[in-house]
Write a protein that binds this ligand. Structure first.
Ligand code: FAD
Ligand code: NAI
Length: 474
């Protein structure tokens, strides 16, 4: 006998589990189906983000940053460390514990909000608007019927043609987060977010890291001035990044041999102990039974949706990495909340222009809104204000004065169009730009707001003052 629900969510990544909680909060009888399990077979809700993405990568970034500080930054503070060593097994065990805490937290939230959780693969078995049939196969096997279905099945790593992932030598994000000992030579294909973050982790721990990137420009999505500064700082750290390359052959045997054409078209080769392939991700729709009900996919395999995350089927919605837009956990979450609220007849809303981006390298890179090159291309009249952390007292006390904060504001109205930053803890500072933009603030508003002293956030205020050429501390 099929169980009846108002809302069934397929996938318990940040998009799916948040959508399920919000739907339950709104009074809907809600179920969430997810097939991710731990090695011991226990359910592991949280999707890519919790299991092999945001959370474990930040755990390793933290561990490796502590190691690097102990080795290179402590001495300046008068702290001598003798016999410094990294125990990778313990570091990975800590990361696994952090992941498990997050898995358990989601299971707890499901219970608290009365979301029926089914561990297993969910697929469309048929039905029609008002009564979609979902079959669950796995330990939580069940037959469900729902008025609304939210597809939140996420994404999976894209492999390099001719170099399938084995997670021993050729690693996807899962393998990159579980290398059992520091490789001597680590190759990374793709200088995107995963490549830079994971390359940073293993470089800090002692690996020689070479990153090979197909595009001739570095971090093309970021503001040019930020990308230029990042390029300089990463080179100084010893991250060897080569742009404009074309991989021609990868042979994985005892180690990995990579052949490629460099930016001038010259034949080059390199050997690595491990190779991380981080060249983007693909939508995950296999096993969903999209064809059974005629759920439309676009030409790139994403579930086709409109601006409200509605699919071509009445009562079927899709959110997160499996649909168009940036592949970010917080974007997936916002879409999840908005869809649950739309189902309830409310006006759920996601503003793509104020979705922040963060790259958790050292220094961190963060931005929201338009870049200077986008404004130039659009012929927009704007004013820019920049403030370096080298003139910020808290950054000096921290011992990290790299980078800057930059505001871009409309030349006429002064409305903030973008905030771009590279430096210490800018992942936190970018929120000020997001809030300001959501409230339609002008740079003058930020310039006139009292910021705590000494704090890194004063660099944000000073950058706003710089728009009007009246910084106080520079
Ligand atoms: P997912 O998190 O992929 O979850 C989908 C879930 O659905 C999975 O559990 C999957 O197994 C399950 N599923 C799929 N098909 C079925 C089915 N038929 N039945 C049942 N279950 C199914 N983003 C950030 O914003 N910040 C970061 O710091 C960040 N770091 C990242 C680091 C790495 C290494 C990677 C790879 C990604 C990172 N991301 C980060 C991106 C982020 O992980 C994704 O944008 C986010 O997880 C997308 O959420 P989602 O809910 O759409 O899908
Ligand atoms: P990405 O899109 O960020 O970067 C992929 C890079 O690989 C690009 O620079 C691309 O030009 C390059 N590339 C593509 N094909 C190539 C080839 N054949 N040879 C060499 N280079 C090639 O994708 P990435 O890093 O895999 O991350 C996937 C997604 O996960 C991203 O969309 C990102 O949004 C998300 N993510 C977010 C994080 C965060 O928010 N901090 C952290 C990690 C991932």
């Amino acid at each position: 006998m099929a169980e009846q629900f108002d809302v069934v969510v397929i996938g318990a990544g940040p998009g799916g589990y948040i959508a399920a909680i919000r739907a339950a909060q709104l009074g809907f009888r809600t179920a969430c189906v997810d097939d991710w399990t731990m090695a011991d077979g226990k359910p592991a809700p949280g999707g890519t983000c919790t299991n092999v993405g945001c959370i474990p990568s930040k755990a390793l970034l933290q561990s490796s940053e502590h190691f690097e500080h102990a080795g290179h930054a402590f001495a300046e503070h008068g702290i001598d460390v003798k016999g410094l060593a990294i125990d990778v097994t313990r570091m990975l065990a800590r990361k696994d514990k952090v992941v498990r805490q997050n898995n358990d937290g989601i299971l707890y939230l499901f219970k608290k909000n009365k979301v029926a959780f089914h561990s297993g693969t969910g697929s469309f078995a048929g039905g029609a608007p008002g009564a979609w049939q979902i079959m669950v196969e796995g330990s939580g096997a069940a037959s469900l019927v729902a008025k609304h279905v939210i597809v939140a099945t996420g994404s999976k790593p894209r492999a390099l043609p001719g170099a399938p992932f084995d997670n021993k030598l050729v690693l996807d994000n899962d393998g990159a987060l579980a290398i059992p000992e520091v490789p001597r030579k680590l190759g990374v294909i793709g200088a995107g977010v995963v490549g830079l973050e994971m390359g940073s982790v293993w470089r800090r721990l002692g690996a020689e890291v070479a990153i090979l990137e197909a595009l001739p420009v570095f971090l093309s999505a970021a503001d040019e001035q930020v990308a230029k500064e990042a390029w300089k700082l990463f080179a100084k750290q010893g991250l060897a990044i080569e742009l404009g390359i074309k991989i021609t052959k990868v042979v994985a045997a005892k180690d990995i041999a990579v052949e490629y054409d460099d930016v001038q078209g010259k034949k080059r080769s390199a050997r690595f102990d491990k190779l991380i392939v981080s060249i983007g991700r693909l939508p995950h729709t296999s096993g969903l039974g999209a064809d059974v009900v005629g759920l439309e996919l676009d030409e790139r395999g994403f579930v086709a949706v409109d601006g409200d995350c509605k699919t071509n089927l009445d009562g079927v919605w899709a959110i997160g990495d499996v649909v168009r837009g940036p592949m970010l956990a917080h974007k997936a979450e916002e879409e999840g909340v908005a869809v649950a609220e739309r189902i309830a007849g409310q006006h759920g809303h996601v503003d793509f222009n104020t979705v922040p981006w963060v790259i958790y390298t050292s220094p961190e890179i963060a931005w929201v809104g338009q870049t200077e090159q986008q404004l130039k291309a659009a012929g927009a009249a704007y004013r820019a204000g920049m403030f370096p952390f080298s003139a910020n007292g808290r950054a000096r006390a921290l011992g990290d004065t790299r980078g800057f904060v930059k505001f871009l504001a409309d030349a006429e109205t002064d409305r903030i169009l973008g905030l771009h930053a590279i430096g210490p803890m800018v992942s936190e500072l970018v929120s000020e730009g997001v809030v300001a933009m959501e409230f339609g603030a002008a740079s003058e508003d930020i310039a006139r707001i009292c910021h705590a002293h000494p704090s890194l956030s004063e660099a944000v205020k000073e950058a706003a003052l710089a728009v009007d050429k009246r910084t106080l501390n520079l």
